[in-house]
Write a protein that binds this ligand. Structure first.
Ligand SMILES: NC(=O)NCCC[C@H](N)C(=O)O
Length: 247
């Protein structure tokens, strides 16, 4: 597999990132930076060349780049994040996607959309109706992707759709049926086991905090690469939200 991994380094204010559904735990910015480097190295080793958005050290949640852009083929849909304090993250991501030659379009007020709510699999795009993503944002995304079927999904008690469910390379959903309104879920052994980044072929990236789920997926024949992202998990981040993979 070869493509680009859009990422952004965490800054010194990472510990001030938003928390919504979890209690605030202290975050170590130095450790976060080292974990981020290892995360990027794992993507690079799997053939995803890192491209960095400009540092945004005054924006604590800026390393969670996934929320700012949804890439579908050569189209980059710049989001309008549901949390107003995250909206200034988008401009620098717009510059990068333009430099990469993607066509960029945007979600406009009063729509809100976080990329963490968007799960693409085949020709279907599932979008979580969350505290960050509203119906107007979902309608705008659907209008921007006329060749895809956009399916809204109800959520309960989680930040984003992909906090609760992702898709394995064969299209099987892995996630928590008590949190997300989707049928036929493979239930992970740990909460973080719901977060899988397909890296190409049978290889997937997962958090080191889901070892039993990793074992389960290895049993299914997948090649699991695990990375420790504890500092980002304290801020409700997961392996999916730290990058946007672009073919
Ligand atoms: N896509 C994601 O799961 N993003 C995680 C964002 C975490 C950040 N602290 C936030 O609340 O926006």
């Amino acid at each position: 597999m070869s493509g680009i991994a859009l990422v952004r380094k965490p800054g010194p204010r990472i510990a001030d990132g938003l928390v919504t559904y979890v209690r605030r735990d202290p975050v170590d910015p130095e450790l976060a930076l080292r974990q981020h480097e290892a995360y990027v190295s794992a993507l690079d080793a799997a053939g995803w060349r890192p491209v960095y958005a400009d540092p945004a050290d005054d924006l604590p949640d800026a390393p969670f780049v996934e929320d700012t852009v949804v890439v579908c083929g050569r189209l980059a849909v710049l989001t309008r994040p549901g949390a107003p304090e995250r909206r200034p993250e988008v401009a620098s991501v717009e510059r990068v996607v333009r430099e990469l030659g993607l066509t960029s379009v945007r979600i406009a007020e009063p729509g809100t959309l976080d990329g963490g709510d968007v799960l693409q699999t085949g020709a279907t795009v599932y979008v979580g109706r969350s505290s960050r993503t509203n119906d107007e944002g979902i309608a705008q995304l659907a209008a921007l992707l006329p060749e895809r079927e956009v399916v809204p999904v109800g959520l309960d008690g989680v930040l984003h759709l992909k906090s609760a469910v992702t898709a394995l390379p064969d299209g099987t959903f892995i996630g928590d049926p008590s949190r997300v309104d989707l049928p036929g879920l493979l239930v992970p052994a740990e909460e973080a086991g719901a977060h899988v980044v397909p890296l190409g072929g049978g290889r997937v990236l997962m958090s080191a905090s889901a070892p039993a789920t990793a074992a389960m997926l290895r049993e299914r024949g997948l090649d699991v690469v695990a990375v420790d992202i504890s500092e980002f998990e304290k801020l409700e981040g997961c392996v999916t939200c730290l990058s946007v993979l672009i073919m």
